[in-house]
Design a protein around this ligand. Structure first.
Ligand SMILES: [Zn+2]
Length: 400
């Protein structure tokens, strides 16, 4: 397990010979650039080598013609504590996702904690503890240095605005999936979503049938009335709403449309197509909903990119934007874009060996998942050739 502490700064990092610079921004997905310069974890230059100051690097990475993209963001995970999940009794699952190109994960609630408190003071205490613990875990390098944004309370009946104010003051910035607790009615959820928004906390709502025994149905009427910031797993987790209801969510709401790996694949494809037809592709963001009954998917975000590109006819560079720049914008994150001033959270990709595709983007369009050659978080190399993806044809090298 990687244990490089993240308190250390990257210094100056120069990445050269990038074959394809993917910005993460679906309006401008491919940049005219082959060089990227990082200073203490932040991108300070992107462009042609001749136009960038590449002197005095502490680390030089030769991309060897591979593609460079923002590190992938998994918009929907259920962490508990550390790099352990009790759901499938696995250790090291977060670090395993690093090898799938994921550099940020967003908690949709720490709901798998055995004995999870449901009384209000307990809900608040767990949210604050999870936020603190995952923040501290990253600083210690556990989980490969992946940024796990956690501390996402599952709201319960009887909570007051003061409870939201207390959590916000303590650093809690997210709500867990609405519907997994006792708040299941649209009007009640809408009131709490409003309090959360007022205090700077983002909200997500469960969409579709129950995920596991004990959870319940949340239909389109409730989702629309609650008006959470993110329509969580719009393709169900796993059981999707009827497609007519999903269409209503696309058409009547302007909130994020989160498509997950642990959902209905047919509805995933139809939703992506419908969002494009409706000219709102910016709303599409990707998650896994791992760990869950379907387990941990270290390659889940890459698989979603390949699924949507090959079967929903989304250009590969746009599908990558769904998992990076779109999530950054919908979630208010700094990371997720290759742009000056952004954190240098990066993934190097190349087509997998023996893919029928001509190049990386063509291989994704044909449904193959790419090979990860290196992952960088805030300018620090976190892994080289992925142990989980099919081997990339070419991988970058640290040359100095
Ligand atoms: Zn859910």
């Amino acid at each position: 397990m990687a244990t490089v502490a993240t308190e250390q700064k990257s210094g100056r990092v120069v990445i050269r010979n990038v074959g394809l610079m993917l910005s993460g921004d679906i309006d401008r997905p491919i940049l005219e650039a082959d060089t990227l310069v990082v200073e203490d974890g932040l991108i300070v230059a992107v462009g042609r080598a001749a136009d960038c100051d590449t002197g005095l690097a502490r680390t030089t990475i030769d991309a060897r013609g591979t593609a460079l993209a923002p590190g992938l963001i998994d918009s929907h995970v259920h962490p508990v504590f550390g790099d352990w999940t009790p759901r499938q009794n696995q250790l090291g699952w977060i670090e395993s996702c690093l090898h799938g190109g994921v550099t940020t994960m967003i908690s949709a609630g720490e709901v798998h904690l055995p004995g999870r408190p449901k009384d209000i003071v307990g809900v608040k205490a767990l949210a604050i503890t999870a936020q603190r613990a995952f923040d501290g875990m990253r600083a210690a390098g556990v989980g490969g240095g992946v940024k796990v944004l956690a501390g996402a309370p599952v709201i319960e009946q009887g909570m007051t605005e003061q409870d939201f104010a207390d959590m916000a003051a303590a650093g809690v910035r997210l709500l867990g999936e609405i519907g997994l607790g006792s708040v299941k009615a649209g009007a009640e959820a809408a009131r709490m979503v409003g309090w959360a928004r007022k205090h700077g906390m983002q909200s997500t709502i469960h969409t579709g049938g129950p995920s596991i025994p004990g959870s319940g149905l949340i239909d389109a009427d409730v989702v629309l009335e609650a008006d959470a910031d993110v329509i969580g797993h719009v393709n169900g987790g796993h059981t999707a709403l009827p497609y007519t209801q999903v269409c209503r969510l696309c058409e009547k709401s302007s909130r994020a449309l989160e498509i997950v790996h642990n959902g209905n694949e047919r509805i995933a494809i139809l939703t992506a197509r419908h969002a494009i037809e409706l000219k709102c592709p910016h709303r599409v963001i990707l998650g896994t909903d791992a760990p869950a009954g379907s387990g941990v998917q270290p390659l889940g975000i890459l698989r979603m990119i390949a699924l949507l590109s090959s079967l929903a006819d989304v250009p590969a560079e746009i599908a990558i934007g769904f998992a990076t720049g779109n999530t950054a914008r919908m979630r208010g994150l700094r990371q997720g874009l290759i742009e000056v001033g952004r954190p240098a959270d990066l993934v190097f990709l190349d087509k997998a060996q023996h893919s029928a595709g001509r190049d990386l983007l063509d291989s994704i369009r044909l449904g193959d998942i790419p090979g990860v050659g290196m992952v960088v978080i805030e300018g620090l190399v976190r892994c080289a050739r992925s142990r989980n993806t099919p081997p990339a044809v070419e991988v970058p090298l640290v040359v100095g």
